[in-house]
Design a binder for this molecule. Structure first.
Ligand code: ADP
Ligand code: TMP
Ligand code: ASP
Length: 235
């Protein structure tokens, strides 16, 4: 399998076509962006960290029977994935109130949600990824009712698996974002699972170990991502 041409370059990754029409190479760039790309920096080493962390987490999900696009990590910054038709929604799971939920609803930061909350957002930077009700998702034809319930169920299963896996390694899974696509009609988990797309807090100190370090200019970005890598790769 050989990569042929770049099909799509986003803010943080490049998706390459390969000589196998069913497979793509997902390359992780060193770009860090926030606030719909308005804040941007290049951070040497970030691509390798996110590719490696994401590979570990996809592998963990695969082992527990969650259908993901991940095939294998093929270089420091690349993984081979199955080619999907992506749904234009982002699925967010929240265990603890943080970020936009605190800003939007005035909930106290740190409030715990049990059961976890599942939300849908429209994947559209120009519209600033607005939140959607399940009815919006269906009415806009972004997913079928069956896909909506499958995404919710799948997202909560991912939350259970990764929540336990991470807590065993001293990391609290505060919230995260997933993207799904379809392959021959089957719903498959795609994209990445990394400190860019999750909030990770140290389970003891509460220290922030994710992209909020960049969003809020807290410093210690690479140190935090390296610490996440070292914990997720430990047995
Ligand atoms: P963005 O588009 O938000 O700037 P990225 O830089 O992360 O994002 O680009 C990755 C793009 O690749 C995203 O639009 C994502 O939906 C898409 N993608 C992720 N996994 C797959 C896959 N297996 N097949 C096709 N597209 C994918
Ligand atoms: P939020 O609090 O900003 O809505 O983010 C919720 C979670 O989703 C958080 O873990 C970060 C992640 N996320 C992304 O991965 N991409 C995005 O574009 C947004 C808005 C959030
Ligand atoms: N809005 C996203 C974030 O802040 C990513 C981005 O806009 O680049 O995580």
């Amino acid at each position: 399998m050989r990569k042929t041409k770049p099909l799509y370059e986003g803010k943080a990754k490049i998706l390459w076509e390969t000589d196998d029409p069913a497979l793509m190479v997902q390359e992780f760039k060193n770009d860090a962006t926030a606030f719909d790309g308005t804040k941007h920096e290049v951070i040497e080493g970030k691509g390798t960290l996110n590719n490696t962390i994401s590979s570990h987490l996809f592998h963990t999900l695969d082992e527990k029977g969650v259908r993901t696009h991940f095939r294998e990590k093929t270089s420091d910054t690349e993984m081979v994935v199955e080619r999907l038709d992506m749904l234009r929604v982002e699925v967010v799971v929240r265990n603890i109130a943080a970020g936009s939920m605190v800003r939007r609803l005035g909930v106290e930061k740190g409030t715990t949600f049990d059961p976890a909350i599942v939300e849908f957002y429209l994947k559209d930077d120009d519209l600033h990824d607005p939140i959607l009700s399940e009815e919006h998702v269906r009415a806009l034809g972004l997913a079928t009712p069956e896909q909506v319930s499958q995404m919710k169920e799948r997202a909560l299963r991912v939350n259970e698996i990764l929540g336990d896996f991470l807590l065993e390694r001293g990391i609290r899974l505060v919230d995260f974002k997933l993207e799904f696509g379809t392959m021959n009609g089957e719903l498959v988990l795609g994209d990445e699972i990394s400190p860019d797309t999750c909030r990770f807090h140290d389970a003891e100190s509460g220290e922030i170990m994710d992209k909020d370090r960049f969003r809020q200019d807290l410093g210690g970005f690479l140190e935090a991502y390296n610490e996440v890598l070292s914990r997720v790769s430990s047995k």
